[in-house]
Design a protein around this ligand. Structure first.
Ligand SMILES: Cc1cc2nc3c(=O)[nH]c(=O)nc-3n(C[C@H](O)[C@H](O)[C@H](O)COP(=O)(O)OP(=O)(O)OC[C@H]3O[C@@H](n4cnc5c(N)ncnc54)[C@H](O)[C@@H]3O)c2cc1C
Length: 373
């Protein structure tokens, strides 16, 4: 049996379902999704506020918790930054993906669940996927499967982290303040704890390494040690992942084959965050009508990518300077510029503010290392 669709989306995760919703909003429905197994046990966080693309409204998703202040901690000293009209907010992946998925199935879109896609062949003008006894022909493929191999080329890094949502026996958390980075001193990696307090006793505590290698044993040992500081009553769930932090990704679509999501350039090189990029990208897809549309890859903003490259170069070649750089970044650059830059919506003035405030010699060394390493 043969079935034919205009678009096949591999992976009904964040990028696949966001794309699906964007297509539906433009009345395109001749597409199919393939998903090997739904796994929705993480939280996504991103920034919101004046002038930023309103993802919450666009995707119609519900917030788990938002914060009006963030904290950066260096050598035990705490820097609290007031976000003004901006917010840092957290969303449950389960609710986000369920909501996006519900709209897809309500519109009668076919989802092949339990389909582990391995081979895709090009046959004449179509891509072909074989499922049991079915052949599925696709004009376009949007593929969000993760790569087995992470980019290693300098200055690429990996974000390796383990997080636990915990309940403490004591009221130890300040509900208004998300701790973005509480740094450990290290000459080898950039290491910090990330704490999202959902109430006075409940929080997500994450141990994160920006690292050249993937060493979960090391991350896990530090994570266990860190958790001891929180007088834990219960661990509700644990998340663990490696995210790409690389300025290199293929932008060109090859024969109507589009790599999307974390491994297709959605992951922000200097932070590993991908939610905002995915939402912006899906919104930019140029759709004139249901027959005239063009899928696109994630696009690089060259200035952002270049600054991220320098950031990564500093983090990779000089990790012990990272706490100081992040402290300056969050406390000396106006917070609106920081947030717009981190949200891929920077204006010229934001780039200028960042370049002027960051320590020149360290950043220049980072820039030089890009050419000599
Ligand atoms: C634990 C964790 C926390 C994160 N937190 C944040 C955050 O706070 N803020 C932020 O901006 N970003 C965050 N990210 C990064 C990013 O936003 C997410 O990883 C996001 O899910 C990326 O979307 P995606 O579509 O690329 O991948 P996914 O959402 O993982 O979707 C890929 C889908 O493809 C399916 N799949 C894989 N292989 C196959 C196959 N062979 N056949 C069929 N289906 C397949 C998978 O089952 C999955 O459903 C986080 C990532 C992780 C892992």
């Amino acid at each position: 049996m043969k079935q034919k669709f205009d678009i096949g989306i591999i992976g009904a995760g964040l990028s696949g379902l966001t794309l699906a919703n964007s297509l539906l909003s433009k009345k395109i429905n001749n597409f199919i999704l393939f998903e090997k197994a739904f796994k929705n046990d993480k939280t996504y966080s991103f920034w919101s506020g004046p002038g930023l693309f309103d993802i919450k409204k666009k995707l119609n998703i519900r917030i788990k918790k938002e914060w009006s202040q963030i904290e950066v901690k260096v050598k035990g000293k705490s820097y609290i930054i007031d976000l003004g009209h901006y917010r840092y907010a957290c969303y449950e992946s389960k609710l986000v993906l369920q909501e996006l998925y519900k709209r897809v199935v309500t519109k009668g879109i076919k989802v092949e669940r339990g389909s582990l896609i391995k081979h895709i062949k090009k046959i004449n003008d179509n891509w072909e996927i074989n499922l049991d006894r079915k052949k599925i022909l696709l004009k376009n493929v949007a593929d969000s499967r993760p790569n087995n191999k992470f980019e290693d080329k300098y200055p690429s890094l990996k974000q390796v982290f383990i997080g636990s949502e915990i309940i403490s026996n004591e009221k130890i958390f300040n509900e208004n303040t998300a701790t973005l980075m509480d740094f450990f001193e290290s000459k080898k990696n950039v290491i910090f704890t990330y704490v999202l307090p959902f109430s006075k006793t409940r929080a997500l505590v994450e141990t994160t390494f920006f690292s050249h290698e993937i060493n979960f044993k090391e991350v896990d040992a530090l994570h266990k040690k860190t958790l001891k500081n929180f007088n834990i009553k219960e661990i509700l769930r644990t998340e663990k992942a490696v995210l790409p932090m690389s300025p290199y990704f293929e932008e060109r679509a090859d024969n109507q084959y589009f790599k999307i999501g974390n491994f297709g350039g959605a992951s922000r090189p200097a932070s590993g965050y991908a939610f905002t990029r995915i939402a912006l990208w899906a919104n930019q897809i140029d759709i004139k009508n249901q027959f005239t549309y063009k899928l696109i890859n994630h696009k690089k903003n060259y200035l952002t990518n270049w600054l991220d490259k320098i950031f990564l170069s500093v983090l990779r070649s000089n990790p012990k300077e990272a706490p100081k750089i992040f402290q300056i970044f969050f406390t000396k650059v106006p917070i609106a510029s920081v947030i717009r830059f981190l949200s891929d919506q920077a204006r010229l003035i934001d780039y200028l503010a960042i370049v002027l405030k960051l320590p020149k010699i360290i950043m220049l060394r980072g820039l030089l290392n890009l050419y000599v390493k």
